[in-house]
Design a protein around this ligand. Structure first.
Ligand SMILES: [Zn+2]
Length: 336
């Protein structure tokens, strides 16, 4: 990780400046599009089966042990459920950092929602190339991929919409052009950078979605948390075949107008990378305007303490905000 401020050609390209803060272990979205707002009065007026003072969903990323050790007791104090985005391949992993099936069962028994966070934490988006591919090149330069992990051995697809090639990633590093992926075999056709993206092949994306859903089947997941806070339209369309909604389509604000679109949601963090006053003011707006908030956290980060979680829940309590799962929110007030 650690993509901050490389010298060289890539550093002057559009969007690169926004990548400097992207090196947290957690999720980050470099795209700055904010979600749609409810765009007419009649939509916003139809709040009959919503709440009086708004509702908020807490979604915890990745499934670390701290979810059950810190978030769970805080939520129990306020009798408030939350949602967790589980990377199914990490459940019960040997390093002892992640929740096991028994932990997840405890959450479910307390009314928590289990969401998929894919099988192996893959970025569900497409990365534009910043350098042309010439025949014989085995090194490609996808913008932003370096912050949205991948594993050596993963298949990737390079496509300009007309032609498409698949290769296996065998290495990655930074040279004087920028961050690159090294492919097992060279690409024989030329590709123009501005017209070309690098992404996972559809079969691999489906495998990630299916394997995760299958591994979590006893918890009947109906929603997905997109790794790294990134997801583009191509992947949203695939995800629609498996799930009823995605928590974090747009990053930057927790506020969603009603009725909200489960595939065009806004989410932001409530403990890391945000100050308390901003969170408090967002919650006040949600309560006063009777809106829907989605807030997230990575509980393994030092700043995400049980106290901080409890404080945020206390604010919800004081504002009269209902704390509900995403699944519940979708069933109540999703857009048609
Ligand atoms: Zn994640």
């Amino acid at each position: 990780m650690g993509d901050s401020n490389q010298e060289g050609r890539r550093s002057v390209l559009k969007q690169t400046a926004t990548l400097g803060i992207a090196s947290l272990a957690g999720c980050f979205r470099s795209d700055t599009t904010m979600g749609s707002d409810g765009d007419n009065a009649s939509k916003v007026a139809s709040k009959d089966d919503w709440f009086e003072n708004g509702a908020v969903t807490f979604i915890y990323d990745d499934g670390p042990l701290e979810d059950i050790q810190q978030a769970f007791p805080a939520h129990e104090t306020y009798d408030a459920p939350a949602s967790v985005g589980i990377v199914s391949n990490w459940i019960d992993r040997d390093d002892g950092n992640w929740m096991g099936f028994n932990d997840i069962k405890r959450l479910v028994d307390a009314g928590w929602e289990i969401a998929s966070h894919t099988a192996s934490h893959v970025a569900l988006t497409s990365f534009e190339l910043v350098e042309d591919i010439l025949p014989g090149d085995s090194r490609i330069y996808p913008e932003g991929r370096g912050n949205h992990g991948f594993s050596y051995g993963d298949p990737i697809e390079v496509t300009d919409g007309e032609k498409s090639v698949q290769r296996t990633v065998v290495d990655s590093n930074t040279d004087d052009i920028g961050k690159y992926l090294e492919l097992a075999e060279p690409i024989t056709d030329p590709f123009t950078a501005e017209e070309t993206v690098e992404r996972y092949p559809e079969s691999f994306v489906r495998h990630e979605l299916f394997e995760s859903q299958n591994a979590l089947s006893e918890f009947s997941p109906t929603t997905l948390l997109a790794p790294y806070d990134v997801i583009d339209d191509r992947h949203l369309n695939l995800v629609r075949e498996y799930y009823d909604g995605v928590f974090n389509v747009n990053f930057g604000t927790p506020v969603n107008e009603l009725p909200f679109d489960p595939f065009d949601t806004n989410r932001s963090y409530f403990a890391e990378r945000v100050n308390r006053e901003t969170v408090y003011n967002d919650l006040r707006q949600i309560a006063e305007e009777n809106l829907y908030g989605i807030v997230g956290a990575h509980t393994h980060l030092e700043v995400v303490t049980q106290e901080r979680i409890a404080e945020t829940l206390k604010w919800c309590d004081e504002f009269g905000i209902e704390v509900i799962t995403f699944k519940n929110a979708i069933s109540r007030k999703a857009a048609e």
